[in-house]
Design a protein around this ligand. Structure first.
Ligand code: C5P
Length: 207
């Protein structure tokens, strides 16, 4: 069983994908981390994330980089969004994601283009979203909890810029795939969002 979970930043898709993987006993891949690894490596080498050549050169990275907590920062998220517009970068990461989706027994993948590009054959497809205000508030609470000095306004502006870039790019833009169920988590606490996601997957897979 392949479950595709797509949606914008801070929509709750990561939490939902992890919970679905635990519930259905499937391995999980956070594909955003792959783009974050590329963005981090470009910056680490002093390269330019807007240069397709610099970004492509950074697509070879050791698996161990995916465990680096530095990849989780907002700054690296913004770099990931910039390197992810290059078609050559997306191509370079494609085989790895398709292999993960195709493993025996299935998998849960979350990202922006899982149901549209990586695994259009997925058995269940969710498009998880939430209002910019709700997403910014979550990110604000999370970052303040880590002791980061940020304003809600700057987070909202950053999320809106990232949404615009992810939705407007010519290759694999963020969009709800045909057949994907929409799950708006704006007013849902995590447990309710997870329960709703499980119910949608059960409905799509006739379980
Ligand atoms: O989901 P996350 O915030 O970690 O993703 C970081 C960035 O990587 C996104 O803003 C998006 O530009 C890019 N991305 C992508 N396709 C995916 C996953 C992430 O373009 N499947």
């Amino acid at each position: 069983m392949i479950i595709a979970v797509d949606g914008p930043t801070a929509s709750g898709k990561g939490t939902i994908a992890r919970a679905l993987a635990a519930h259905f006993g499937l391995p999980h891949l956070d594909t955003g981390l792959l783009y974050r690894a590329v963005g981090w490596q470009v910056a680490d080498r002093g390269g330019n994330p807007d240069s397709a050549d610099d970004a492509l050169a950074a697509t070879a990275f050791p698996d161990s980089l995916l465990d680096n907590p530095a990849l989780r920062s907002e700054a690296v998220g913004a770099l990931a969004s910039r390197v992810s517009v290059h078609p050559a970068v997306r191509d370079a990461l494609l085989a790895r994601q398709r292999a993960f989706a195709g493993q025996p027994g299935g998998a849960v993948l979350d990202g922006r283009d899982i149901a549209t590009v990586i695994a259009p054959q997925a058995d269940a497809k969710l498009f998880v979203t939430a209002s910019v205000a709700a997403r910014a508030l979550r990110r604000y609470v999370e970052m303040r909890g880590r002791g980061e000095d940020v304003s809600r306004e700057s987070i909202e502006a950053d999320l809106a810029a990232r949404d615009a870039r992810d939705s407007a790019r010519s290759v694999a833009p963020l969009r709800q795939a045909e057949g994907a169920a929409l799950l708006d988590t704006s007013a849902l606490p995590p447990a309710a969002a997870i329960a709703a996601a499980i119910a949608l997957v059960e409905k799509q897979t006739n379980r």
